[in-house]
Design a protein around this ligand. Structure first.
Ligand SMILES: Nc1ncnc2c1ncn2[C@@H]1O[C@H](COP(=O)(O)OP(=O)(O)OP(=O)(O)O)[C@@H](O)[C@H]1O
Length: 359
């Protein structure tokens, strides 16, 4: 390879996927770190004195995020207290191994680590949920529960905000996915670098403009320890299509990633479009756009032996509950009923009616 395009005199070792510049290792580090610092300061992600929970999965993105926040915090005196927050979804052979990596990061980066598990928070591991629901819709449970679990962890730790490792590719993919689905409410908010502000604990995405390929390169040249195995359960199929589309387009022109993000940022949703208003879940008191949040509906479904409850539209869930209740009524009025649905109901007739979901 030729010499570094910054004219530092060193030999280039890589070509930056984002800009096409050929750079030596040191100049790449400098460019990569400075861009993230610029993103953080321009969007005013942090204030001095804040405690920030880095949502750490052990994967490349959150590992690079934890590392980079540590060095930028020291270099530019952000005056942040950084802690690691991990969620153990209970996926044997996947999350248990990646959490070992997070524990190593905890020691290497000298940051306290808190791990919360789905089992403790919800009474179910993902292994158990998949045994109930199968591999098709399990990502819905995992995503909804993780989102809330991070909020609960952040509240427990009394942190000021949560930083996640979402990168530019993730954001561009999400924009595409929301366009393909016609989900205008999500399209409207998916490019925000700060979310949840005012409704709970803020979430920030310092790697919003950082290309995935560069994150991998940075981790490689810095020899960071991260866990690179994909989740053993079926990936989110729809996101997979958006990902393939994005990767194909990136081969033609790497600028498409930034172009899609900028397009998403510039979109204004027509005023006539109904936007959800955020409120608090009547059951768990966490942020929700419905009277009862998605996590509570999904959990209710699991506990009632109706795991598909909460998958799809809320009207479908209402119908399922009504049918379920009707069958239970029929069952209790006929002791001989051999088809009784209660046999499959882990809580049986002991369901406390006061705690039933109301919409
Ligand atoms: N189990 C978890 N515990 C804590 N944070 C998580 C967990 N899973 C995901 N996150 C956070 O959400 C971000 C996006 O998650 P996603 O599942 O898209 O992973 P990813 O793109 O593979 O990122 P990573 O490389 O960090 O695993 C992660 O970067 C991390 O900050």
């Amino acid at each position: 390879m030729s010499s570094c395009s910054t004219k530092c005199g060193k030999k280039a070792v890589l070509k930056r996927p984002k800009t096409g510049d050929v750079l030596c290792k040191e100049c790449f580090f400098e460019a990569f770190e400075t861009e993230i610092h610029f993103t953080i300061t321009r969007a005013k992600l942090f204030k001095a004195g804040m405690t920030v929970a880095v949502a750490a999965s052990g994967g490349k993105d959150s590992t690079v995020l934890a590392y980079i926040l540590k060095i930028l915090n020291e270099r530019f005196n952000y005056d942040l207290r950084l802690v690691l927050l991990s969620i153990d979804e209970g996926i044997t052979g996947y999350r248990d191994d990646s959490l070992d990596t997070v524990k190593r990061n905890r020691d290497d980066y000298d940051m306290p680590l808190t791990i919360l598990s789905y089992k403790d928070l919800y009474g179910w591991t993902m292994d158990e949920i998949v045994a109930e629901i199968g591999r098709k819709n399990n990502c819905t449970f995992c995503g909804v529960f993780r989102r809330q679990a991070l909020d609960r962890g952040a509240a427990l730790l009394k942190v000021d905000c949560i930083a996640t490792g979402h990168n530019a590719d993730d954001i561009a993919e999400t924009v595409l996915m929301n366009i393909l689905r016609g989900d205008l409410a999500r399209l409207n908010r998916c490019t925000s670098i700060i979310t949840g502000h005012g409704d709970g604990i803020a979430r920030v995405k310092p790697l919003k403009y950082t290309y995935e390929k560069e994150i991998v390169m940075y981790a490689y040249f810095k020899q960071l320890v991260y866990f690179s195995t994909e989740c053993i359960f079926a990936p989110n199929a729809y996101r997979g299509h958006a990902r393939v589309l994005l990767k194909d387009m990136e081969k033609i022109d790497p600028a498409v990633i930034m172009n899609i993000i900028h397009s998403g940022e510039s979109l204004t949703v027509n005023e006539e479009v109904n936007m959800p208003t955020l409120t608090k879940c009547s059951r768990c008191n966490h942020v929700s756009s419905q009277t009862v949040c998605k996590a509570c509906v999904l959990l209710e479904g699991l506990n009632r032996g109706l795991p598909k409850l909460g998958i799809g539209k809320s009207s479908k869930a209402k119908k399922m509950i009504a049918e379920h209740d009707k069958k239970k009524y029929e069952c209790s009025s006929s002791a001989e009923n051999k088809q009784c649905i209660c046999k499959n109901d882990p809580v049986g007739n002991s369901i406390d009616r006061k705690n039933d979901v109301t919409w």
